[in-house]
Design a protein around this ligand. Structure first.
Ligand code: HEC
Length: 164
């Protein structure tokens, strides 16, 4: 019995150390910014709030890290999701995408939310408030279409360079 207790204590100590020093996906938690999402886009506050509520934890630098996100091995899974989420689309750096990239991301946003692939279903189990209502879905769809139209018009109006 005492051996089991000792082993448990040793295992917990090792996990604590691992949680602190092992970060297979880089310094994901170190990237932090409270800058607003979607800078440069024309989005009303309703739409912006949906992205803040349902997407920003994985798709921006405004991630909030609950206590369990510091405990290995869960911490590694969460850091992996945030790392992958940000690399596909980081709403904190919207203005760094080209207009063509934005158009493509908007199309993907539409597809992902319509098919209920985003927010990730496993995330919704722990964050039920992030679930998209039918109203949220409709708002995102309308916004995706109008923003895409605006960007396409702006791409068309761009003066042609010799490289085009
Ligand atoms: C729990 C983290 C998490 C949340 C919350 C989340 N995503 Fe994602 N998202 C990911 C991950 C991880 C990927 C990469 C998926 C992959 O590699 O297949 C991704 C990929 C995407 C992509 C790119 C898909 C592609 O084909 O390239 C889009 C667009 C997207 N998410 C939109 C959203 C939107 C919109 C929301 C909010 C309504 C949202 N996500 C919420 C983790 C998340």
């Amino acid at each position: 019995m005492r051996l089991i207790l000792k082993l448990t204590v040793v295992a917990m100590a090792l996990l604590t150390i691992a949680s602190a020093i092992v970060h297979p996906y880089g310094a994901v938690k170190g990237t932090r910014s409270l800058a607003p999402l979607l800078t440069g886009a024309e989005a009303n506050s309703d739409v912006a709030r949906i992205f803040e509520r349902s997407c920003e934890n994985c798709h921006s630098d405004r991630t909030e890290w609950p206590w369990y996100s510091y405990v290995a091995p869960l911490s590694w899974m969460i850091e992996n999701d945030v790392h992958r989420g940000r690399s596909h689309m980081n709403l904190s750096h919207w203005d760094a995408y080209t207009e063509e990239q934005k158009v493509e991301l908007l199309t993907k946003i539409g597809v992902e939310v319509r098919n209920r692939r985003m927010p990730l279903p496993k995330y919704l189990q722990l964050h039920p408030q992030a679930r998209l209502s039918n109203d949220d879905l409709a708002r995102i769809n309308v916004w995706v279409q109008s923003e895409r139209r605006r960007l396409r018009a702006s791409i068309q109006e761009r003066p042609k360079t010799p490289a085009d």
